[in-house]
Design a protein. Sequence first.
Length: 379
Amino acid sequence: MISLRTKRLREGMVTAQSIYNASGASYLTKGTPLNQQYIDRLKHIGITQVAVTSADPDVQLPPPEDIVQEQTRVTAIHRVFDTFKKPEDLEKNIEPLQASAETIVLDLLDRHENLVQMTDIRLHDEYTFAHSVNVSILSSMLGLVCGLSRSELLTISLGGMLHDIGKIDVPGEVLNKPAPLSDEEFAMMRKHPEHGGRRISKLMIPQASTLAAIAVQHHEHLDGKGYPRHLQDKQIKIYSRITEIADVYDALTSDRVYKRAYKPHTAHKIMTKFSAGQFDLDLLTLFFQNVALYPIGTVLNTIFGYAVVKEVTPGQTHAPLVVLFADKQQNLLETPRLVRLTDYPSNVIESVLDDQELFTLTYRLKIDPSAFLTDEHIS
């Protein structure tokens, strides 16, 4: 899976991520071979970067398996969209959202061996709806590996879909502002958890108080530096700790009006190294043991040379199975070989190639690294 700028897309490349509009309808579903009409449309609607399975149109690789089915995700986005557009009908819309929560949990139980490889692409001003579904899915995944019961998973899945419902009470020009918020605007933004908690607490369902707590607490930090109530440690419920991790990860790995998406390994570094005191570290460790830090198809610069990720194993996401195909001087190896990075020190990966570096390497070698993912190239 390789992320390319839209201007570098070519006919025949296969999408590795789905691209959604606001209501959950797909502009393109993952696994779609691109043609010029699709490429022109992506440019027209403002999509700047797309993940493809290979930068070589002649190398036809399938996209990685998602942790939920495509239809599950699309249906959930539709339902979240309807809820956010008509918040006065939240009580009426809760049953469809509960049905989506159940489908997400059933998918996860059926696909528990699948890692989070990537999620999707959304337009900047349509971020909230798919983000809410991603938080639902990621929260449920983390709850599953924590050993939560099925009923608890249903609650956390629904809580993820509703965690940002309070944003409907924040002015759109503040939500989608492409520049830093003023103190006054930031104060407005910081009120959305309590706005959401109030709306959810009016629901006539048994889980209402728990769902409201998820909404109110998903920006609280264990060190008390979060908002809105500066709660600390055990004052923050486990559902909220889980939801916060999912919320931050999806925000970091998504394009926003004010930033480009970070790659998963960079999000991992930000959340583990530069956010001391914010997260429950045990939960954070479990989360990243089930998220592919280097998704299949990622090209790495290692201490041995250049390699492409072939396989990622839960619990060992920091050290994938790779195919080493070039030396440090960017010369092709006569015979590419499999290397299990778990057999080597943790500093074996020096960097992940960005779009420009990958383009330059491919041009120099006259072959796309994804070609080495097929068995015929490996010794």
